[in-house]
Design a protein around this ligand. Structure first.
Ligand SMILES: *[C@@H]1O[C@H](CO)[C@@H](O)[C@H](O)[C@H]1NC(C)=O
Length: 282
Protein backbone atom coordinates (compact mmCIF):
# COMPACT_ATOMS: atom_id res chain seq x y z
CA UNK A 1 0.00 0.00 0.00
CA UNK A 2 2.78 2.38 0.88
CA UNK A 3 4.76 1.04 -1.98
CA UNK A 4 3.66 3.58 -4.54
CA UNK A 5 4.97 6.31 -2.27
CA UNK A 6 8.39 4.84 -2.04
CA UNK A 7 11.03 7.26 -3.09
CA UNK A 8 14.71 7.59 -2.88
CA UNK A 9 15.45 10.14 -0.19
CA UNK A 10 17.49 12.50 -2.27
CA UNK A 11 15.91 15.09 -4.44
CA UNK A 12 13.44 12.90 -6.24
CA UNK A 13 11.44 15.79 -7.64
CA UNK A 14 14.04 16.20 -10.29
CA UNK A 15 13.70 15.20 -13.84
CA UNK A 16 16.15 12.49 -14.71
CA UNK A 17 19.13 13.38 -16.77
CA UNK A 18 20.84 11.21 -19.29
CA UNK A 19 24.50 11.49 -18.66
CA UNK A 20 27.52 10.33 -20.52
CA UNK A 21 29.53 9.89 -17.35
CA UNK A 22 29.98 6.42 -15.94
CA UNK A 23 27.26 3.89 -16.56
CA UNK A 24 24.15 5.24 -14.89
CA UNK A 25 21.57 2.73 -13.71
CA UNK A 26 18.04 3.95 -13.10
CA UNK A 27 17.24 7.52 -12.12
CA UNK A 28 20.00 10.07 -12.37
CA UNK A 29 19.47 13.18 -10.25
CA UNK A 30 19.95 16.49 -12.06
CA UNK A 31 21.83 18.33 -9.33
CA UNK A 32 22.24 21.47 -11.45
CA UNK A 33 18.47 21.79 -11.83
CA UNK A 34 17.96 20.98 -8.16
CA UNK A 35 20.25 23.67 -6.84
CA UNK A 36 19.04 26.24 -9.38
CA UNK A 37 15.50 25.73 -8.09
CA UNK A 38 16.37 25.56 -4.41
CA UNK A 39 16.57 28.93 -2.75
CA UNK A 40 19.52 29.79 -0.58
CA UNK A 41 17.79 29.05 2.71
CA UNK A 42 16.43 25.66 1.78
CA UNK A 43 18.33 22.87 3.42
CA UNK A 44 17.24 19.14 4.29
CA UNK A 45 17.59 16.59 7.74
CA UNK A 46 16.80 13.65 10.07
CA UNK A 47 13.21 14.02 11.37
CA UNK A 48 12.69 13.95 15.14
CA UNK A 49 16.34 13.76 16.06
CA UNK A 50 18.32 16.37 17.91
CA UNK A 51 21.35 18.56 17.28
CA UNK A 52 24.70 16.94 17.85
CA UNK A 53 25.86 19.01 20.87
CA UNK A 54 28.40 21.82 20.58
CA UNK A 55 31.94 20.55 20.49
CA UNK A 56 30.77 16.99 19.84
CA UNK A 57 31.62 15.42 16.51
CA UNK A 58 30.49 12.32 14.69
CA UNK A 59 33.98 11.76 13.34
CA UNK A 60 33.14 9.22 10.61
CA UNK A 61 30.28 11.32 9.18
CA UNK A 62 31.01 13.25 5.99
CA UNK A 63 28.95 15.68 3.91
CA UNK A 64 28.99 15.11 0.15
CA UNK A 65 28.85 18.44 -1.64
CA UNK A 66 28.09 19.41 -5.22
CA UNK A 67 29.82 22.29 -6.97
CA UNK A 68 26.97 24.30 -8.47
CA UNK A 69 27.23 26.36 -11.65
CA UNK A 70 27.37 29.46 -9.48
CA UNK A 71 30.44 28.06 -7.72
CA UNK A 72 28.85 27.10 -4.39
CA UNK A 73 29.42 23.80 -2.59
CA UNK A 74 26.05 22.40 -1.53
CA UNK A 75 25.34 19.41 0.71
CA UNK A 76 23.28 16.75 -1.09
CA UNK A 77 24.13 13.38 0.53
CA UNK A 78 25.83 11.87 3.56
CA UNK A 79 28.65 9.35 3.63
CA UNK A 80 31.04 7.70 6.05
CA UNK A 81 34.81 7.60 6.23
CA UNK A 82 36.01 3.97 6.03
CA UNK A 83 39.69 4.71 5.34
CA UNK A 84 41.60 8.03 5.14
CA UNK A 85 41.03 8.03 1.36
CA UNK A 86 37.74 6.11 1.03
CA UNK A 87 34.13 7.12 1.65
CA UNK A 88 31.15 4.79 1.73
CA UNK A 89 27.83 6.13 0.44
CA UNK A 90 24.70 5.12 -1.49
CA UNK A 91 24.89 4.31 -5.21
CA UNK A 92 21.93 6.61 -5.89
CA UNK A 93 23.97 9.55 -4.59
CA UNK A 94 26.62 9.20 -7.29
CA UNK A 95 24.76 7.43 -10.10
CA UNK A 96 25.58 9.28 -13.34
CA UNK A 97 27.27 12.19 -11.56
CA UNK A 98 30.47 13.92 -12.63
CA UNK A 99 33.01 13.05 -9.90
CA UNK A 100 34.98 16.24 -10.47
CA UNK A 101 32.02 18.29 -9.20
CA UNK A 102 31.76 16.35 -5.93
CA UNK A 103 33.86 16.94 -2.83
CA UNK A 104 33.48 15.60 0.70
CA UNK A 105 33.87 17.43 3.99
CA UNK A 106 34.86 15.79 7.29
CA UNK A 107 35.32 17.16 10.80
CA UNK A 108 32.25 19.42 10.96
CA UNK A 109 28.92 19.38 12.75
CA UNK A 110 27.75 22.68 11.25
CA UNK A 111 27.63 22.89 7.45
CA UNK A 112 28.68 26.54 7.72
CA UNK A 113 31.85 25.65 9.62
CA UNK A 114 34.72 26.12 7.22
CA UNK A 115 37.33 24.66 9.57
CA UNK A 116 36.66 21.08 8.43
CA UNK A 117 38.77 19.09 5.98
CA UNK A 118 37.72 18.92 2.34
CA UNK A 119 38.83 16.36 -0.26
CA UNK A 120 37.96 15.96 -3.91
CA UNK A 121 36.26 12.83 -5.25
CA UNK A 122 38.65 11.27 -7.76
CA UNK A 123 36.38 8.45 -8.85
CA UNK A 124 33.54 6.33 -7.58
CA UNK A 125 32.41 2.75 -7.95
CA UNK A 126 28.79 1.68 -7.57
CA UNK A 127 28.00 -1.92 -6.66
CA UNK A 128 27.48 -3.86 -9.89
CA UNK A 129 24.19 -5.28 -8.61
CA UNK A 130 22.67 -1.90 -7.78
CA UNK A 131 19.01 -1.74 -8.66
CA UNK A 132 17.10 1.37 -7.62
CA UNK A 133 14.74 0.76 -4.66
CA UNK A 134 15.56 -2.96 -4.79
CA UNK A 135 19.12 -3.89 -3.91
CA UNK A 136 22.80 -3.03 -3.46
CA UNK A 137 22.47 0.76 -3.13
CA UNK A 138 26.10 1.18 -2.12
CA UNK A 139 29.14 2.93 -3.59
CA UNK A 140 32.73 3.74 -2.68
CA UNK A 141 34.45 7.04 -3.40
CA UNK A 142 38.19 7.50 -3.79
CA UNK A 143 39.15 10.89 -2.42
CA UNK A 144 42.24 13.05 -2.47
CA UNK A 145 43.99 14.28 -0.42
CA UNK A 146 43.43 11.60 2.23
CA UNK A 147 41.87 12.97 5.41
CA UNK A 148 44.05 13.44 8.47
CA UNK A 149 42.69 11.22 11.21
CA UNK A 150 42.71 13.01 14.56
CA UNK A 151 40.29 10.70 16.41
CA UNK A 152 38.24 13.62 17.70
CA UNK A 153 36.81 15.36 14.67
CA UNK A 154 37.85 12.88 11.99
CA UNK A 155 38.15 9.11 12.21
CA UNK A 156 37.05 6.00 10.34
CA UNK A 157 34.17 3.64 11.09
CA UNK A 158 34.44 -0.15 11.07
CA UNK A 159 32.63 -1.84 8.17
CA UNK A 160 34.37 -5.21 8.37
CA UNK A 161 31.79 -7.21 10.30
CA UNK A 162 29.86 -9.97 8.56
CA UNK A 163 27.61 -10.63 11.59
CA UNK A 164 23.93 -10.57 10.75
CA UNK A 165 22.21 -7.79 12.67
CA UNK A 166 18.80 -8.89 13.87
CA UNK A 167 15.68 -7.09 15.06
CA UNK A 168 15.38 -4.72 18.06
CA UNK A 169 19.00 -3.63 18.03
CA UNK A 170 19.69 -0.09 19.17
CA UNK A 171 21.12 1.87 16.23
CA UNK A 172 22.05 5.49 15.58
CA UNK A 173 21.45 7.54 12.45
CA UNK A 174 23.15 10.86 11.76
CA UNK A 175 22.62 13.28 8.91
CA UNK A 176 21.93 16.76 7.60
CA UNK A 177 18.66 15.64 5.96
CA UNK A 178 15.25 17.33 6.30
CA UNK A 179 13.96 17.77 9.86
CA UNK A 180 10.38 18.06 8.60
CA UNK A 181 8.13 15.29 7.31
CA UNK A 182 7.67 16.61 3.82
CA UNK A 183 11.26 16.07 2.84
CA UNK A 184 10.96 17.51 -0.64
CA UNK A 185 9.28 20.63 -1.91
CA UNK A 186 8.33 23.77 -0.02
CA UNK A 187 7.93 22.01 3.33
CA UNK A 188 11.45 20.65 3.56
CA UNK A 189 13.43 22.22 6.34
CA UNK A 190 17.14 21.65 6.25
CA UNK A 191 19.29 22.14 9.37
CA UNK A 192 22.86 23.27 9.30
CA UNK A 193 23.66 21.34 12.47
CA UNK A 194 24.16 17.59 12.17
CA UNK A 195 21.17 15.68 13.56
CA UNK A 196 21.29 12.43 15.47
CA UNK A 197 18.54 9.89 16.14
CA UNK A 198 18.60 6.64 18.12
CA UNK A 199 16.08 4.03 17.15
CA UNK A 200 15.81 0.27 16.58
CA UNK A 201 16.21 -2.24 13.80
CA UNK A 202 13.21 -4.12 12.53
CA UNK A 203 12.86 -7.74 11.50
CA UNK A 204 13.17 -8.03 7.67
CA UNK A 205 9.95 -10.08 7.32
CA UNK A 206 8.08 -7.45 9.30
CA UNK A 207 9.62 -4.64 7.25
CA UNK A 208 8.66 -6.34 4.00
CA UNK A 209 4.99 -6.13 4.97
CA UNK A 210 5.23 -2.38 4.31
CA UNK A 211 8.28 -2.06 2.09
CA UNK A 212 7.32 -4.80 -0.33
CA UNK A 213 10.42 -4.73 -2.54
CA UNK A 214 12.75 -5.41 0.40
CA UNK A 215 15.58 -7.92 -0.08
CA UNK A 216 18.05 -9.49 2.36
CA UNK A 217 20.75 -7.05 1.20
CA UNK A 218 18.85 -4.45 3.21
CA UNK A 219 18.09 -3.69 6.86
CA UNK A 220 15.23 -1.59 8.23
CA UNK A 221 14.82 0.67 11.23
CA UNK A 222 11.65 2.17 12.65
CA UNK A 223 10.59 4.45 15.47
CA UNK A 224 7.20 5.82 16.25
CA UNK A 225 5.62 8.48 14.03
CA UNK A 226 7.78 11.55 13.79
CA UNK A 227 11.21 9.96 13.83
CA UNK A 228 13.28 8.77 10.92
CA UNK A 229 15.49 9.53 7.96
CA UNK A 230 14.60 12.05 5.25
CA UNK A 231 15.85 13.77 2.12
CA UNK A 232 19.49 14.67 2.30
CA UNK A 233 20.30 11.82 4.71
CA UNK A 234 20.91 9.41 1.83
CA UNK A 235 24.26 7.67 1.80
CA UNK A 236 24.77 8.38 5.49
CA UNK A 237 25.70 5.87 8.19
CA UNK A 238 23.54 3.81 10.55
CA UNK A 239 25.80 2.54 13.34
CA UNK A 240 25.56 0.35 16.43
CA UNK A 241 27.71 -0.46 19.43
CA UNK A 242 30.27 -3.21 18.99
CA UNK A 243 32.01 -3.71 22.34
CA UNK A 244 33.61 -0.37 23.24
CA UNK A 245 33.47 1.00 19.73
CA UNK A 246 30.99 1.38 16.90
CA UNK A 247 30.39 -0.43 13.65
CA UNK A 248 28.42 0.68 10.62
CA UNK A 249 25.46 -1.58 9.88
CA UNK A 250 23.55 0.44 7.28
CA UNK A 251 23.75 3.05 4.50
CA UNK A 252 20.64 5.28 4.16
CA UNK A 253 18.87 4.12 0.99
CA UNK A 254 15.19 5.00 0.82
CA UNK A 255 11.94 5.52 2.66
CA UNK A 256 8.55 6.94 1.85
CA UNK A 257 7.94 10.39 0.45
CA UNK A 258 6.33 11.42 3.72
CA UNK A 259 9.34 10.98 5.99
CA UNK A 260 9.08 9.50 9.51
CA UNK A 261 5.45 8.57 9.05
CA UNK A 262 5.50 5.16 10.76
CA UNK A 263 6.95 3.43 7.69
CA UNK A 264 10.38 1.84 8.10
CA UNK A 265 13.54 3.43 6.77
CA UNK A 266 15.42 1.12 4.44
CA UNK A 267 19.20 0.86 4.61
CA UNK A 268 21.73 -1.10 2.60
CA UNK A 269 22.90 -3.91 4.91
CA UNK A 270 26.64 -3.29 5.23
CA UNK A 271 27.50 -6.79 6.53
CA UNK A 272 26.42 -8.24 3.15
CA UNK A 273 29.03 -6.12 1.37
CA UNK A 274 32.06 -6.42 3.66
CA UNK A 275 34.08 -8.41 1.11
CA UNK A 276 33.11 -6.07 -1.74
CA UNK A 277 34.20 -3.11 0.40
CA UNK A 278 37.46 -4.74 1.54
CA UNK A 279 38.48 -5.45 -2.06
CA UNK A 280 38.14 -1.75 -2.82
CA UNK A 281 40.14 -0.40 0.10
CA UNK A 282 43.57 -0.83 -1.50
C1 LIG B 1 32.87 17.44 -15.22
O1 LIG B 1 33.00 18.62 -14.48
C2 LIG B 1 34.19 19.34 -14.78
C3 LIG B 1 34.29 20.48 -13.78
O2 LIG B 1 33.12 21.25 -13.73
C4 LIG B 1 34.14 19.80 -16.23
O3 LIG B 1 35.33 20.50 -16.54
C5 LIG B 1 34.01 18.57 -17.13
O4 LIG B 1 33.86 18.98 -18.46
C6 LIG B 1 32.81 17.75 -16.70
N1 LIG B 1 32.83 16.51 -17.48
C7 LIG B 1 31.79 16.11 -18.17
C8 LIG B 1 31.96 14.83 -18.93
O5 LIG B 1 30.73 16.73 -18.22
Amino acid sequence: MVNQWSYVFVLVLLASLQSSIGKPMGTVIDLDAYFENADGSSQERVVGGYDVPDDEYVPYQVSMQFLTKSGKMRHFCGGSLIAPNRVLTAAHCVNGQNASRISVVAGIRDLNDDSGQRAQVQSYEMNENYEELVTSDIAILKIDPPFEIDDKRVSTIDVSSSDLVGADQEVMLTGWGSVFHFGTGPFAKYPNILQKLSYKTLDNAKCKETMTQLTDTEICALERFGKGACNGDSGGPLVMANGDSLKQVGVVSYGTAFCASNSPDVYTRVSMFNTWIKERMA
